[in-house]
Design a protein. Structure first.
Length: 241
């Protein structure tokens, strides 16, 4: 149950500012959704926190510890990419075990943790299936189990519903939120769909042009949108009073 704090985070590609002095605090055990249109900087924010990208300016802290100089492997952050990032030649069991083995955990610990994670996401009995034998929802749960298996300080999810068919999306949303809440892990989830964000987020950080223009609970966001940009992102889904 860690806290993430981002201060004045900036990242540019040439003349384009992907992140423009972003300030954000994610509370312990909070499920924060970062929402905005394509190109607003939300995935850049996620990858900068993860350590894939290096910021031009600003600092990042987990529980008050500056993580800017730490390698990805030293940050202890669980990450599930948009395409799930599963190794196609590995079974469900071995995909979930991958991070644990990379940390040189003992065999008995790995087996116990994998069993616990697969039970948590409801995939018992599918241990030996390859990704090609799984549905989109099942792949998403394997990716989630793998990210959680390392007992991370922070969980990062990049568009976790984008590769899920509409028929099963409702069930996947419920399972995703319940699973994350049971672990208590602090979570940052990137989404472009306002309806999904409103259903999942404890709070929602709305981004535009590299900036966080409002961060609020779903209720406050709907009742008191700050400016026309926020209204435009929501108006086609809900009637703002």
């Amino acid at each position: 149950m860690s806290e993430l704090r981002v201060e004045n985070l900036s990242k540019s590609y040439g003349k384009m500012k992907a992140l423009d002095k972003v300030n954000l605090t994610v509370k312990p055990s909070e499920f924060l959704v970062v929402m905005g249109p394509s190109g607003c900087g939300k995935t850049t924010l996620l990858l900068t926190v993860l350590g894939v990208l290096k910021p031009d300016e600003g600092r990042m802290y987990i529980d008050g510890k500056d993580i800017d100089s730490l390698r990805i492997s030293e940050r202890n952050i669980g990450y599930a990419p948009q395409d799930f990032g599963l190794f196609p030649h590995l079974s469900t069991h071995d995909n979930v075990a991958f991070g644990l083995r990379a940390k040189a955990r003992g065999k008995s610990e790995v087996e116990a943790c994998v069993a616990e994670m697969l039970s948590l996401v409801g995939l018992e009995g599918l241990e030996q299936r390859k990704p090609s034998e799984l549905s989109g929802g099942q792949k998403q749960r394997v990716a989630l189990a793998r990210a959680l298996a390392i007992n991370p300080y922070l969980l990062l999810l990049d568009e976790p519903l984008s590769n899920i068919d509409e028929i099963t999306k409702a069930e996947v949303k419920v399972n995703l939120k319940e699973t994350v809440k049971r672990t208590g892990v602090t979570t940052v989830c990137v989404m472009h769909d306002a309806e999904d964000a409103l259903e999942l987020g404890d709070r929602i950080a709305v981004m535009h042009a590299g900036r966080v223009i409002q961060c609020a609970t779903p209720t406050d966001l709907l009742k008191n949108p700050e400016g026309e940009l926020v209204r435009e992102l929501l108006h086609h889904l809900v009637k703002i009073q």
